[in-house]
Design a protein around this ligand. Structure first.
Ligand code: ZN
Length: 156
């Protein structure tokens, strides 16, 4: 198996950030060194850590190494915030939508047809408007992110 050693180095360096201790601002830090030996040697050659040889269970990190480790750690492992925008409904669409009892509204949202999934799916409501006396709801499929819509016919 061929693999990208620089990527391994970056990920290892990122994980070293997780096991740093004795941080000295401007002077780097120390990190536990239970990682692949060859990788640690390459990180040493790149100037990020001190020579990993020796009995100490931790290795010194240069200031540059520590800062790069922190940056890589945040890049690879930070949890991405998923912002779900509030649905936009026109005033009359919202009025019509609110006339529908909540259990029925949930039922409607959970039973839309998604062309990409070729079947039933749940909708993430994005917008609603009236088309004549029908309420047209549109949004995205919770499974695939594709466009879905539902038309609610007038009741009487
Ligand atoms: Zn879908």
């Amino acid at each position: 198996m061929g693999f990208d050693k620089d990527k391994i180095d970056d990920c290892t360096l990122a994980l070293l950030y997780l096991v740093t201790h004795e941080r000295h601002e401007g002077l780097g830090a120390r990190a536990w060194k239970g990682f692949d030996w060859d990788t640690l040697n390459r990180l040493h050659e790149k100037g990020y850590i001190t020579n990993p040889t020796g009995r100490a269970k931790s290795v010194g990190m240069s200031e540059e190494g520590f800062l790069r480790a922190k940056e890589l750690f945040e890049r690879y492992f930070a949890r991405k915030a998923t912002v779900v925008p509030l649905p936009k409904l026109t005033v009359d669409a919202r009025k019509r939508w609110n006339q529908i009892p909540e259990p029925d509204r949930i039922e409607i949202m959970d039973n839309v047809f998604c062309g990409q999934c070729h079947g039933g799916a749940s909708m993430q409501l994005r917008e609603g408007k009236m088309a004549g006396r029908s309420l047209v709801l549109s949004g995205t499929c919770k499974k695939c992110g594709g466009e879905v819509a539902r038309v609610i016919e007038p009741t009487e």
